[in-house]
Ligand binder design. Structure first.
Ligand SMILES: C[S@@+](CC[C@H](N)C(=O)[O-])C[C@H]1O[C@@H](n2cnc3c(N)ncnc32)[C@H](O)[C@@H]1O
Length: 259
């Protein structure tokens, strides 16, 4: 995968801490919606191990663990993994969780899983549709014959918006700016600010995350080509409902791929 090395270097220590402060609620919210959906399926009964692809600092993983599931978290960034391991330490000690460094587009587990999830726009970190195919193939390979892959991504309408957000807590001041480059068809998210260190002094951080808008149709086609029986796109409000026009408004989308 073309961008592998850069993603690994991208989520450095301060960005990992910043991400954890600012985006933990979204990951918990997504994980709870996925669980509400999963628990209505017969598949759930005997499949309590969940793979969290691009687990980051482990907020979705922790939500699964708190709800009596077991988790494998997979991520490229050692710094994100370090935060996740610390957060889920008691579950790691009990043998309920492990966090592994690995590529979302190339992984193999001996156990075949019932549910693989990926939230927080991991898909938008991929460089091309070729990588999307590898991302989908990896999930397919590691699922049980009736398993489920749920992956969230930002739709094109949302990623091309010139978004600016500022946030302040006693621990940090952060600015996030999305700038879309039409010639490259990529969005540069500049994240910068100050983070309070353990000694009380503020440390400055500044990083650029490159995000790729993917159209829904080719992503669904890839799922079909790889072998998923049925794939549809929904939104967080109701993962059972197929969105008729997922590109219409800026949105975070959830692809539900059934093996
Ligand atoms: C925006 S964060 C989301 C983290 C987490 N899923 C959440 O929702 O809080 C994206 C994560 O994807 C990881 N990532 C991106 N591309 C990856 C790849 N090819 N393989 C493994 N991890 C990847 C990054 O290291 C980062 O931790």
């Amino acid at each position: 995968m073309g961008k592998s090395g850069s993603v690994e270097q991208l989520y450095q220590k301060t960005l990992a801490q910043y991400w954890d402060l600012v985006y933990s609620t979204q990951a918990v919210y997504d994980a709870l919606a996925i669980l509400r959906f999963y628990q209505k399926l017969p598949l759930e009964k005997d499949n309590k191990l969940i793979l969290d692809v691009g687990c980051g600092t482990g907020n979705a993983s922790l939500t699964f663990l708190l709800n009596e599931y077991e988790v494998i978290g997979l991520d490229y960034s050692p710094h994100m993994l370090e935060v996740a391991r610390k957060k889920c330490a008691r579950y790691i000690r009990k043998g309920k969780a492990k966090f592994l460094k690995g590529d979302a587009c190339s992984y193999h587990f001996s156990t075949k899983l019932g549910l693989i999830v990926s939230v927080g726009g991991v898909l938008n970190h991929l460089a091309s549709l070729k990588d999307v195919r590898r991302f989908v193939e990896s999930a397919y390979r590691n699922l049980r014959p009736d398993g489920l892959f749920i992956f969230e991504f930002q739709n094109r309408k949302r990623l091309v918006l010139d978004l600016f957000a500022a946030a302040e807590t006693p621990k940090h001041l952060g600015l996030s700016h999305h700038i879309y480059h039409s010639e490259e068809d990529r969005t540069y998210q500049k994240v910068s600010g100050f983070l309070k260190g353990s000694g009380g002094a503020y440390e400055r951080f500044s990083q650029v995350i490159i995000l790729k808008p993917f159209d829904v149709k080719p992503v669904l086609q890839i799922c079909k080509d790889v072998g998923f029986r049925k794939t549809y796109v929904s939104s967080i409000g109701d993962l059972f409902r197929t969105l008729a026009n997922p590109e219409k408004i800026p949105d975070r989308l959830f692809a539900i791929a059934k093996r």
